[in-house]
Write a protein that binds this ligand. Structure first.
Ligand code: URA
Length: 166
């Protein structure tokens, strides 16, 4: 099981899709190629590890990295809900469509809403929701990687904005 990791007092919660092979082996989120890119971009835009809690929609690796199934998402969502309530972040970043659709409870597509922050109630906790492309998309396309970097670069300003409201 890959539960997630980070600072329980983090102001930023990142939610991915599901552990891959390396995450499954190590029991840590985002340690494979997507994770290397994600951590590199976060450092570039000035978001430090201690500001983060990182987890995913599914806590276990789907066979052959297939997409998460509805019953698997339902089985894991109670854990994510508990994580959102415990960490109580100011900013929640979803990575890819699965996390985005779970926290919004609709079928919106990431391409139309990425980089557009919005105040939302997520599992009963109000935060700024910032939808991001999944870093795996950034590995496949340099255009998506550029967009992911631009969107991640919004985080420091959103934190300043959110702190001012608290
Ligand atoms: N992709 C995810 O969505 N989560 C991980 O932990 C690793 C890769």
């Amino acid at each position: 099981m890959v539960f997630g990791e980070g600072n329980v007092g983090a102001q930023v919660l990142l939610i991915g899709e599901a552990p891959g092979r390396l995450e499954d082996e190590e029991g840590r989120p985002f340690v494979g190629r997507s994770g290397v890119l994600l951590r590199e971009l976060l450092a570039e835009v000035g978001v430090a590890e201690e500001q983060l809690f990182i987890t995913s929609v599914l806590k276990c690796r789907p066979p052959d990295n297939r997409d998460p199934k509805g019953d698997e998402i339902s089985a894991c969502s109670g854990w994510l809900e508990a994580q959102v309530r415990l960490v109580a972040p100011l900013v929640i970043c979803t990575l890819g469509n699965f996390a985005l659709r779970l926290v919004r409870g609709d079928r919106v597509g990431i391409s139309s809403v990425h980089g557009v922050p919005e105040t939302r109630k997520v599992f009963g906790h109000t935060a700024l929701l910032l939808p991001l492309f999944h870093p795996a998309a950034g590995l496949r396309s340099t255009q998506k990687r550029t967009l992911l970097r631009e969107d991640l670069a919004l985080i420091p300003g959103l934190l300043t904005e959110a702190r001012a409201q608290h």
